[in-house]
Design a protein around this ligand. Sequence first.
Ligand code: PMP
Length: 350
Amino acid sequence: MTYTKKNIIDLKPYTSARDIHKKGIFLDANESATQWLNIKLDNIDLNRYPESDSLSVREDIANYLLPNFVAKNVFFGSGSDEIIDLLIRAFVETNENIMMMDPSYSVYEVQANINNVGVKKILLNQDFSLNIQDIKNNIKNTKLIFLCNPNNPTGNLVNKDQLLEILEIKSALIIVDEAYIEYAGYNNSYVDLIKDYDNLVVIRTFSKAWGLAGIRAGYAVARENIIVELLKIKDSYNVSTLTQEIIRQALKQTSKLQIEVDRLLQLKNELENSLIEMEIPIIQTQANFVLAKFTKPKDVYEYLVQNGVIVRDRSNLPHLSGIIRISIGTKQQNDLLINLLKNYLKNNEC
Ligand code: PMP
């Protein structure tokens, strides 16, 4: 006898390389390689529940990061993954579906499956741009369209004219996931389009450039009527006191963010140059990872794992044959990776 719901029996859960390899140098999940913020945790009342609506943090996010918005336009959650789930739960009926691009961030599909709603996947064009015609042709019953700017794993920005065309589809909410936007620059963000479009939601995270993946913190920006619905359905105390406190401290250090992003981009540049010198083809990205192309990606992946370096094999995804995604690590970690690849190349073709 099984008591499990059918969609949960059928569910392919989100898996990361980290679930398989517990130890090693992790260049697989696009986190920040360093914890650069200065955080002090003294005298915090942990006996009390946290602020249930995270209002102080939402005010700080609006003040420090979103000059054209106020707290009522911001939802704060335990990572953007929580927000993806809440968006599906609040807005997608059981007979409706979400739409996502392929390849893109797989959690959209997993959350839709958990919530027992349909998923339509739209293949990106070969140049990673959106296939607008295909999106329009499949729009029936679609309630949420997930776009990712820059996209994980292809690394490119969403084209503005294409986004504007999609925003004209008024029957669906358009979610633009900006998890990696700090690396591309806030000037490439679409958050200010919320002023003109009531069907746009932008989601962001503190897990990448801010270096805070461990505390689980993300936010959504949208018109107030959308934020109200997310507040209605969230867990009563969805974000811990510790996370709220750390984000308040982090936002006071916003001026250091650009320095850290620049440092990371410099390391990325060096890593890319080393790969190019070794005649390993790369695809340019606007995020904190490099896409490197190998003839035998699975062999390269296994070799790196055996030597304690965990990367993400993306070579099974459409348009990404041969591609391994490498998150930028510290200088030492990147050097180790390059030395391993040099060694590998001595004995094998890449
Ligand atoms: N969106 C994208 C595109 C991501 O790559 C990730 C993390 N890998 C997330 C969202 C999830 O971020 P969080 O840690 O805030 O849940």
